[in-house]
Design a protein around this ligand. Structure first.
Ligand SMILES: Cc1cc2nc3c(=O)[nH]c(=O)nc-3n(C[C@H](O)[C@H](O)[C@H](O)COP(=O)(O)O)c2cc1C
Length: 321
């Protein structure tokens, strides 16, 4: 999610779930081709499985960017056909491409010739006045015809004019049943539902109708819900990590990041919601949001926050005594 998630967020989320597929925020093909690739594409091996999401509409340039992403080790290349921001529309990519199924098909076909990992598409159920069942069917049929097997479908349309990206995630009504019907019409495709899914109970209910569930805001704002994903959705036997385990597993990573010249807050900002709904969550959050951005902040800030929320010192604190 642009401006929210990044490699540090994924590393943290991976402390909570081994199996969920994690996505990068959308990165434009042009940025991949011309930008600082280490900054844009770099990730830790521990983040696997991880998908690179690209934005663009030029088949050759998307194909070149996909090849670069695959060479960097991404497990999937995803094309964004769901973002409604003005900036993105000016570049003629994101959700406005739902009006051009043939072009999206050409993009997917070109990307697939350059990579062996899956090329997938994230889209909406419609845009503007092209939001009928037939419009969605036309789009999916064309793009599937180019070899896309997996569609992640945000179950609300986007209005391309007059609504901010934020409003476009809230105002158009959710229509999960539309996505279920897409799966009925295309049993051969992997259909992943997205939009407004706030708990694993809801996720499990959706899985009776579709192949997968994509969580956006809920996973970011309440990351601990990821801790039960492996057991409940993937049938894994492992005991879920505690919140404390997740932070303690992050400490060596944060130390390395700071030693390499990074700031604690690059990592700590993703942890703010970890105790969402728990006693003393506010003290935890306040400590991190006040102290982690300061110059020279070290991992002690994370350890102190942990102590504030559940009292016990961390293993590293005890070792230092
Ligand atoms: C701050 C923010 C940034 C987002 N950036 C992206 C993005 O880069 N690519 C994308 O496919 N969706 C992006 N989204 C949309 C989410 O992936 C998701 O489709 C949407 O929020 C609905 O799902 P949710 O209700 O689970 O959050 C973003 C959402 C938010 C809140």
């Amino acid at each position: 999610m642009m401006d929210w998630t990044d490699r540090h967020c994924r590393f943290f989320h991976r402390r909570l779930t081994a199996h969920a597929l994690l996505y990068t925020e959308m990165i434009t093909a042009e940025a991949v081709l011309h930008g600082d690739r280490q900054r844009l594409l770099g990730f830790s091996p521990e983040e696997h499985p991880v998908a690179l999401q690209l934005g663009g509409s030029d088949p050759a340039r998307l194909a070149a960017a996909a090849a670069i992403g695959a060479a960097w080790g991404y497990d999937e290349i995803n094309l964004n056909v769901g973002c409604p921001s003005d900036r993105v529309q000016e570049g003629r990519f994101g959700a406005c491409l739902m009006a051009e199924p043939e072009l999206v098909a050409d993009c997917v076909a070109a990307m697939r010739t350059c990579v062996t990992v899956p090329v997938t598409v994230k889209c909406r159920i419609g845009i503007d006045n092209q939001d009928s069942e037939q419009d969605l069917e036309r789009f999916v049929a064309a793009v599937a015809g180019a070899g896309c097997r997996t569609f992640i479908v945000h179950a609300r349309k986007a209005w391309l004019q007059g609504l901010s990206p934020k409003a476009n995630r809230e105002v158009p009504p959710l229509d999960h049943a539309r996505v279920y019907r897409l799966k009925v019409a295309h049993p051969e495709l992997e259909i992943v539902i997205n939009g407004g899914i706030g708990s694993l109970n809801e996720a499990q209910a959706h899985l009776a109708h579709v192949d997968g569930v994509a969580l956006g805001r809920a996973a970011y704002q309440n990351p601990y819900l990821l801790a039960e994903v492996d057991r409940r959705l993937f049938g894994a036997a492992a005991t879920p990590p505690s919140r404390r385990d997740a932070i303690e597993a992050l400490l060596p990573y944060a130390l390395r990041h700071i030693a390499a010249g990074g700031r604690l807050n690059n990592i700590a900002r993703h942890v703010l919601g970890l105790y969402h709904g728990q006693p003393r969550a506010r003290a935890f959050r306040r400590h991190l949001s006040e102290r982690a951005p300061r110059d020279g902040a070290g991992i002690a800030v994370l350890q102190e926050a942990l102590q504030l929320v559940d009292g016990a010192p961390t293993a590293a604190m005890l070792a230092a005594e």
